[in-house]
Design a binder for this molecule. Sequence first.
Ligand code: SF4
Length: 309
Amino acid sequence: MIFDIQRFSTHDGPGIRTVVFFKGCPLSCAWCENPESQSFRPELLYTRVRCVSCGSCVAAAGGEGLRADPAGGIQIDRSVEPRPEVGAACPALALRVAGRDMGVAEILDEVLKDASFFAASGGGLTISGGEPLAQADFALELLEAALAAGVDIAIETCLAVPRASVERAAALPLRWLADLKHTDAAAFRAATSRADAAGGVDACLPLGNLEYLAGRGADLTLRVPVIPGFNDDEASMRGILEFAAGLPRAADAKPRRLDLLPYHDLAAGKYAGLGRAYAFPPGLRVDSARIARFAELGIALGLDITIGG
Ligand code: SF4
């Protein structure tokens, strides 16, 4: 289940990369930039201001899940899985179905269109999400196929997945761009749990997977989203940076890479498109002086810090 393929990315690993976004994630972080990635089912993204109330989508849906709103636009029953043709029926690009089943060959065909850019820039394929290792068998099949075609491979992951999936992926020459959100179990659970999940995910799972990857010398870059009210206080960030600095690494290894990713609200409109509330107030930012202080602290701990990523 894939919800997007983006080409010419320069922020998801080295060089120019094609990013394949897997749909579905065991976490449900309130600040997620891709809220359409969280559910494992296809979903409709609806942009009301573009809608011209033509009714084409309602007809394409065959009466299942969509109806005209008497006040203009449409009403969406989100308990009904959208038909793939519903998005294509919209002449105003107001409606998009996020999520469709794709095969390895179909994806690889798309990825290899950019092979010359990969070769010229040192880029390749990055699988992202959602959580790619939540569809571990398929993710590994795709990575192995890309590798066999001579493509550099990378993964963006929250690591909230079983160790067995991480071990299988770690057997490949994979670049890991791995989240490190918090080291406090209660804070992690409160901010990342799905509303419908009993208990949520224990922070020990991703932290333990990070220790495993670092211990086996994986090509690992840590990514720390800096989120107001979650981990942007001194104590939380010190805990995160000290954990990162304490991860095992060979004596002659380069400093551990860690990207500080300041919160932004660019995805707020997507939440509206999914019929969901956005958890943060408009205009919220992390103070840049605070980010700089965190960077200094990380450097003092021996980390190779980048702001942004
Ligand atoms: S097809 Fe597009 S423009 Fe027409 S009613 Fe549906 S969402 Fe609105």
